[in-house]
Design a protein around this ligand. Structure first.
Ligand code: MG
Length: 288
């Protein structure tokens, strides 16, 4: 690992992908693409998407193919070489102890009699991710404590992540190993590839990025983030005493607006100013 090497970790939806209501600066993704060609830059996507949806996003939005992809809300890490996606087995070894040798199939059997739960599609499940649909008006606390009791009885350390898909008004429930988080996966990647905190930048936009945005890693919140996420992130870094580690993109880098990829690049340049020259090389290279 060279001292000049950089690890850029970014969320996809509404962070690098311009799939929100705000406008995208037209040159932002082209600059990202060219930045990714720099040998000093290691790029990792960090997403709730599973492999097929990660690949679809890269294709559809013409994003650079990353060096690593942390998928399925942190339950998988892929190393990508020559277009080949290889699951990183040492990550499974890291998170498997939380489930004491059990897998999704075992846990699924323990919950089979809970009628509110409907299994999500097969591609949304993996060895360490058990995902259900449930009615949006489910008594969440009751359901979760019922499940928690059964997990505790087996000595399983799991996170139960409940959210509502507003588009379909459906409850979503993920059962994951406790250590299978975006933040822990990023730290695992840093440790195993030898990146220091000073060489690493994370970018995100929404609630499930907050643990990584406010962890003390150098982090950037893109400008198109919702105000409540921005407020929450600011409060958390202030409370933890590391406000300097969170950068709020506001626009202005190379005339761009700070939304999506433009905000990611702006944050990267803020923490690692040498990357500004890389972008300007790219701009002038294009013009000449
Ligand atoms: Mg997002």
């Amino acid at each position: 690992m060279m001292k000049s090497d950089i690890l850029l970790c970014s969320d996809l939806d509404r962070t690098l992908l311009p799939n929100g209501p705000q406008p995208e600066s037209p040159e932002a993704r082209r600059l990202l693409q060219r930045l990714a060609e720099r040998p000093e830059l290691t790029l990792a996507y960090v997403s709730g998407r599973h492999q097929a949806l990660l690949m679809q996003a890269i294709e559809e939005y013409d994003l650079p193919v990353p060096d690593y992809a942390i998928g399925d809300v942190g339950t998988t890490i892929y190393a990508i070489e020559d277009g080949h996606w290889r699951p990183w087995d040492s990550w499974y070894e890291e998170i498997a102890p939380d489930w004491r040798g059990k897998t999704r199939e075992d846990l699924q059997a323990w919950f089979a009699d809970i009628e509110l739960l409907r299994l999500q599609e097969a591609e949304k499940q993996n060895t360490f991710k058990l995902s259900y649909y449930a009615p949006a008006d489910t008594e969440r606390d009751h359901l979760l404590s019922q499940m928690r009791q059964r997990l505790d009885a087996e000595g399983i350390r799991a996170s139960l992540i409940w959210s509502i898909d507003e588009a379909t008004d459906t409850g979503l429930l993920d059962v994951l190993p406790e250590h299978a988080t975006k933040l822990h996966a990023i730290k695992f990647l840093m440790k195993h590839k030898g990146f220091t905190p000073e060489q690493t930048v994370f970018a995100g936009d929404s609630g499930n990025d907050l643990p990584a945005l406010t962890s003390g890693l150098q982090a950037v919140l893109v400008k198109n983030a919702r105000d409540d996420v921005r407020d929450e992130a600011l409060q958390q870094v202030q409370a933890a005493g590391h406000s300097d580690c969170l950068y709020l993109a506001h626009g202005g880098l190379l005339g761009m607006n700070g939304n999506y990829s433009a905000g990611v690049l702006e944050g990267l340049v803020h923490f690692l100013p040498q990357t500004r020259d890389w972008l300007q090389d790219v701009s002038s290279g294009k013009a000449s």
